[in-house]
Design a protein around this ligand. Structure first.
Ligand SMILES: *Cc1c(COP(=O)(O)O)cnc(C)c1O
Length: 383
C-alpha cells in the first residue's frame, strides 16, 4: 500500500518531453524557455509583468528589496504562513511584525489590520498570504494601503489560478507585487521555482537585475563607453536567483493544464465537503466572491464535539498509510522569532488555527479511491 501524501506534483509525458527538448538545445539556463514561461503566466494573469526566479523564497526576497525594505523599515505579515513570508524582511535587515487571522478562512483579518493601524505607525510593506489558495480581502487591503501609505506584496504561493472578483491573483489589481511558488506541492511546479508579478515596468526591470547579480545587460559604466562587446555593468548588489530553462519548460508545459488542475482540486474538495459533513470537523469556508486555487484542504478538529485530539487523528491517518500535514506552526512562535521578542498568546486566532488544523491529501493526481480511503479513515477515527 503506497502512502497517500498531502500534496504532490502531476507530471505527464508532455512535461517530460518539453524538459528533454531543452536538454537537447543550446540553452539550459535562463534562455528562451524562461521568456515563454513568463509570457504564459503574464497572459494568464491579465498582462502583469512576470519575473521568474529560482524559488518562491527568492521571489519574496527581491520583491522585498524592490519594495524598499531595509534597515529601519518594517514588514507585517500573518503568523499563519510559511516562515519565508516573514524572512524576506529579515534578509533586508528590516523588522517583522504580525497581524492576526480570521479563524474561518486562515487569512489576514482586516479587522485586526485596521485595529493595528489605528493603534500605531503603519508598516512599510504588508504581505497578505492567500492561505490554501483562497484570496484575502484585497479590496479592503488596497483601501488601507492607500489610506496609510504602505506597499503590498501578495504572498500568492498557494494561489496561482485563484480569482478575486474579476481579477486573476497575480494580476496585482490591488497590490504592488505578487509572488508565486512552483514547489512540487503547489498548483503548478518547476521542481523549485518562483515568480514575481508586477504591473510596473520599472519594478520588473529592477527585479530582473536583482535576480542576476545586479547586472544590467544593457547598461554601460556610468558616463563611460562600454569597453567592448564583452562589457557588463553591475549597478547594485544582486543575486544569482535565475531559474533554469529546464524548469521553465516544465512550468510552461504545466501552465497548459492549470485549469484542469484547479477543476480537479475543486471536484475533490466538493467530495470532501459531502463525505465529511457529519464529522466533528470544521470544514474550510469556501464561499464568497472568490475562486480559491485550493492548494490545501484544511479541516479543524472541533474539540467541542470530539475528545479525539488533532495528534490522535494525525497519528491514526499515518498508521493507515496517509500522510497529512499541518499548516502552519505560527511563525511568531518559531525560536528565531521568539528571540526577537514574540511570545505565545499574542496572535490567538493563528494559535488556535494551528492547534486544530489538519491538511488532508489534495492534489490533481489524487484518485477518488485514495480519497475514499482518507474519508473512511477519518470516519473510523472520529466516529
Ligand atoms: C511554498 C511557500 C513559500 C516559499 O516558496 P519556495 O518556492 O518553497 O521557496 C512562501 N510562502 C508560502 C506561503 C509558501 O507556501
Amino acid at each position: 500500500m503506497t502512502v497517500i501524501p498531502y500534496g504532490r506534483q502531476s507530471i505527464d509525458a508532455a512535461d517530460i518531453e518539453r524538459v528533454a527538448e531543452v536538454l537537447r538545445s543550446d540553452w539550459i539556463t535562463q534562455g528562451p524557455a524562461i521568456e515563454r514561461f513568463e509570457a504564459l503566466v503574464s497572459d494568464y494573469c491579465g498582462g502583469a509583468h512576470a519575473v521568474a526566479v529560482s524559488s518562491g523564497t527568492a521571489a519574496l526576497h527581491i520583491a522585498a528589496i524592490a519594495a524598499g525594505l531595509g534597515p529601519g523599515k518594517v514588514l507585517w505579515t500573518v503568523p499563519n504562513t510559511f516562515v519565508a513570508s516573514a524572512n524576506c524582511a529579515r534578509y533586508c535587515g528590516a523588522a517583522v511584525d504580525f497581524v492576526d487571522i480570521d479563524l474561518a478562512t486562515g487569512n489576514l483579518s482586516v479587522d485586526a489590520l485596521r485595529a493595528k493601524l489605528d493603534a500605531g505607525p503603519p508598516p512599510d510593506v504588508l504581505v497578505p498570504v492567500h492561505f490554501a489558495g483562497r484570496p484575502c480581502d484585497m479590496a479592503a487591503v488596497h483601501d488601507l494601503a492607500l489610506a496609510h501609505g504602505f506597499r503590498v506584496i501578495e504572498d500568492a504561493s498557494h494561489a496561482i489560478g485563484a480569482r478575486y472578483g474579476d481579477h486573476a491573483i497575480g494580476g496585482c489589481a490591488h497590490s504592488d507585487m505578487a509572488v508565486f511558488s512552483f514547489h512540487p506541492v503547489k498548483i503548478v511546479t518547476t521542481a523549485e521555482g518562483g515568480m514575481v508579478m508586477t504591473r510596473s515596468a520599472e519594478v520588473a526591470a529592477r527585479l530582473r537585475r536583482l535576480r542576476s547579480h545586479g547586472i544590467d545587460p544593457g547598461a554601460a559604466f556610468a558616463g563611460d563607453e562600454p569597453d567592448g562587446p564583452w562589457s557588463y555593468a553591475q549597478a547594485e548588489l544582486g543575486f544569482n536567483y535565475r531559474m533554469t530553462d529546464m524548469q521553465a519548460a516544465l512550468g510552461a508545459s504545466q501552465m497548459g493544464r492549470i485549469e484542469d488542475f484547479i477543476a480537479r482540486r475543486h471536484h475533490l474538495a466538493a467530495r470532501y465537503d459531502r463525505a465529511l459533513a457529519g464529522l466533528p470537523l470544521r470544514l474550510p469556508d469556501r464561499g464568497g466572491e472568490v475562486r480559491s486555487a485550493l492548494h490545501l484542504y484544511v479541516v479543524g478538529i472541533d474539540r467541542q464535539r470530539t475528545n479525539v485530539s488533532r495528534r490522535q487523528v494525525f497519528d491514526g491517518l499515518v498508521e493507515r498509510g496517509i500522510r497529512p500535514q499541518v499548516h502552519y506552526i505560527p511563525v511568531h512562535l518559531q525560536p528565531y522569532y521568539r528571540d526577537q521578542g514574540f511570545a505565545a498568546g499574542q496572535f490567538p486566532a493563528a494559535e488556535r488555527h494551528y492547534a486544530e488544523a489538519l491538511s488532508l491529501p489534495l492534489f490533481a493526481g489524487l484518485t477518488e479511491d485514495d480519497q475514499d480511503r482518507v474519508v473512511a479513515a477519518l470516519h473510523e477515527l472520529l466516529a
